[in-house]
Design a protein around this ligand. Structure first.
Ligand SMILES: C[S@@+](CC[C@H](N)C(=O)[O-])C[C@H]1O[C@@H](n2cnc3c(N)ncnc32)[C@H](O)[C@@H]1O
Length: 193
């Protein structure tokens, strides 16, 4: 069984330390998120990326924030209200069936979620379904090395495992790069269904 993030630790998803290790706005801009994009944040948690994404895509863009945890979504809703945000739609999702139509988004993010998912191919095929052809898939994962915090080493994904799964689910890897000392970023494009 893959290690699951404990919802009781949700405060850890937004701390000054995390903002330094994984600066959300800067990371999204570097990955190519832009004004008017339709952004799908799969496993959004408390909205660490959804909230800065809502500012980047602007009032003509949109954010679909999906999670399987209603507690995470409640915290996101609190933050949306507090920040008077109008363009984020929080959605309670099933693990392998997202409540969105085909070709719904131009840009999807899977940040620190893939290592938690048992059936990664079904999850990535479902991600493929909700993205437009040529849409961007941005994956952020813990690097596969021992660190004091983060998921156990055996659950972490190597670069070649991620590349292999992307290929099997009809994504073309365009670029990958480290983010600080702990995370890796993978940018790919949907090539077909
Ligand atoms: C470690 S948190 C990361 C949250 C956020 N992406 C971030 O980087 O701050 C993982 C989140 O993924 C959610 N999750 C796990 N499996 C999921 C799935 N199959 N579909 C949607 N959400 C999922 C969990 O409920 C949790 O909120």
């Amino acid at each position: 069984m893959a290690h699951k993030f404990n919802v009781k630790d949700m405060h850890r998803l937004d701390s000054p330390e995390r903002r330094k290790m994984l600066p959300p706005e800067e990371t999204l801009i570097k990955a190519g998120l832009k004004k008017n994009d339709i952004f799908i944040d799969i496993g959004c948690g408390i909205g660490y990326f959804s909230i800065p994404a809502s500012l980047i895509v602007g009032s003509k863009g949109k954010v679909f924030a999906l999670d399987t945890s209603s507690e995470m979504l409640e915290e996101l809703e609190r933050r949306i209200y507090e920040n008077k945000i109008k363009n984020i739609n929080p959605i309670l999702s099933e693990s392998y069936k997202f409540p969105l139509g085909p070709n719904s988004g131009t840009f999807a993010l899977i940040s620190n979620v893939l290592h938690e998912v048992e059936d990664k191919l079904s999850f990535l095929m479902e991600t493929n379904r909700v993205l437009l052809v040529e849409g961007t898939l941005f994956i952020i994962e813990w690097q596969k090395k021992e660190t004091e915090r983060g998921p156990p080493l055996e659950d972490r994904l190597s670069e070649s495992e991620i590349e292999n799964q992307l290929e099997k689910t009809n994504f073309k890897l365009i670029n990958s790069f480290p983010i600080g000392d702990f995370f890796s970023a993978y940018i790919s494009k949907k090539i077909s269904r």
